[in-house]
Design a protein around this ligand. Structure first.
Ligand code: GLU
Length: 464
């Protein structure tokens, strides 16, 4: 049975697009194998919790369509799915390791640990716990029990090497000498990430862990933990982190990294998922545009690539443009209507669709291009003061048109250009700016038809 998961920590304000890329692979792998995809909230680092972060994250997963089979919201067989509600489980498991001699109590003070580390660094040694408490573990356990002393539980890293296989990176061998006796349970009863993640992945029967490469250095400790418990290892796949087009690590300073930023700009969830599917994986036929359904069919974890994928918002917008052109006009109309909270008349939006479908790349591009359909321009991109005579002529000619259609408007204006003997380019630029306020707009004659004769004449009239 394939069971995958994504285990976000609510330490940011939303889900990072890189986490969606990882979640997508987990989701697809579970669905492809008729398994389950789980969302677990890892909220044990209490100092870094962001208020409202969890709700926002769960909402984003839903918005983008990566709906979990089990999660804090939906529940499931292995509930609770929020680590802060599972503290007794971690404590029990930490104690089990202590009883087996695979972990030990430590009562060293933070002051002692800092001093120890400073000395090690000064001696150019790898900073590691010196096992003072392990060397007199019997007394420490007695003291802890008798006096109820605050203590942590540390993993006893065994001698030797740890070996594991990573689907993306191949076989990995680490010398245990390089590993610190990791704290598993903190003195406040909260587990560290390492204990929480291993216990939960095991208890929740996770078969495949697909996650960012930033967790690779932690994996040897996890493997030692699995072995200490006597549990079967899941399959690991550590995927490469997303990069900016200049190859630097994707960070807030260069480009937005939060998923809802893109959705809020009117990037379709389907397009964002499609684009993210290409991060570290390619379609076997080299296709760039494909549905989630198709992705699930053709995706295989063995095809995940190691090279760092580039997340380019410009490319993402291009792809979204492809999705926009692909949907029915009626659906695009409704999307735009909803996107602007039903503020603009649905009927007018509907009429504008054929004019703008090829021109917008995301829903937020619509209003800057089309606002003039809903209210007269308040400013003009070229100066119109010296054009009074021309404006008057335009107005008079337009008033004569009986059937207000794009081609009639076009013909009438062309005739005027000829009559006046002026340059067509300049003429239409002036008219465009009068009607739309801008030098670039959707096709003018069609736009004027939609606006209606009265409104167009009114816009001209205001200026003469
Ligand atoms: N809680 C970790 C995170 O915030 C999960 C890492 C993992 O997937 O093991 O990403």
């Amino acid at each position: 049975m394939v069971r995958t998961r994504i285990a976000p920590s609510p330490t940011g304000q939303d889900v990072h697009v890189g986490s969606i890329a990882a979640a997508l692979m987990n989701y697809a792998w579970a669905k492809k194998n008729h398994g389950q995809f789980i969302i677990r909230i890892e909220d044990t680092d209490r100092t870094r919790l962001v208020k409202g972060g969890e709700e926002k994250m769960l909402d984003t997963f839903n918005r983008i369509g990566l709906v979990a089979d089990e999660s804090p919201n939906t529940g499931g067989k292995f509930a609770p799915y929020r680590q802060s509600e599972r503290l007794n489980i971690y404590k029990k498991h930490a104690e089990e390791l202590v009883d087996k001699g695979k972990a030990y109590y430590c009562i060293c003070t933070p002051e002692r640990l800092t001093k120890m580390r400073e000395e090690q660094v000064a001696k150019k040694q790898i900073p590691k716990y010196d096992r003072l408490c392990f060397s007199n573990q019997k007394e420490i356990v007695e003291q802890v029990k008798e006096r109820n002393l605050p203590h942590v539980v540390r993993l006893l890293i065994p001698e030797g090497q740890v070996k594991f296989n990573d689907v993306v990176r191949g076989e990995i061998t680490i010398d245990n000498k390089n590993l610190d006796d990791q704290v598993l349970l903190k003195s406040d009863g909260f587990p560290t990430y390492h204990l929480g993640v291993v216990v939960d992945d095991h208890l929740m029967e996770i078969s495949h862990i697909i996650r960012g490469e930033e967790w690779l250095p932690s994996t040897p400790k996890h493997v030692i933990l699995y072995q200490a418990f006597g549990w079967k290892l899941p399959v690991f796949a550590h995927i490469s982190l997303l990069r900016n087009p200049d190859k630097s690590k994707l960070s807030k300073r260069k480009n937005p990294v939060w998923t809802s930023w893109y959705l809020d700009k009117g990037i379709f969830s389907e397009a964002l998922l499609n684009y993210l599917a290409l991060m570290g994986w390619s379609h076997p036929e080299g296709k760039e545009v494909f549905s989630l359904e198709e992705y699930i069919k053709v995706f295989d974890i063995k095809d995940i690539q190691k090279t760092a994928p580039v997340f380019d918002p410009v490319k993402l917008e291009w792809m979204n443009g492809v999705y926009i052109r692909d949907i029915e006009n009626e659906d695009l109309k409704l999307k735009i209507y909803e996107f602007y909270n039903k503020k603009y008349p649905e009927e007018i939006i509907g009429k504008t669709i054929p004019l703008i479908k090829e021109r917008i790349k995301k829903l937020a591009d619509y209003l800057p291009l089309c606002e003039f359909f809903f209210k007269p321009p308040e400013s003009f991109e070229i100066r119109l003061e010296a054009k009074q005579a021309l404006l008057k002529n335009m107005k008079e000619e337009l008033e004569k048109i009986s059937e207000w259609k794009a081609n009639a408007i076009g013909e009438s204006m062309q005739a005027l250009v000829k009559k006046l003997g002026i340059k067509a380019g300049e003429f239409f630029m002036v008219l465009r700016v009068i009607i739309t306020g801008k030098k670039i707009s959707p096709p003018l004659n069609e736009s004027m038809e939609i606006l209606g004769k009265e409104e167009c004449i009114k816009r001209l009239g205001k200026l003469v």
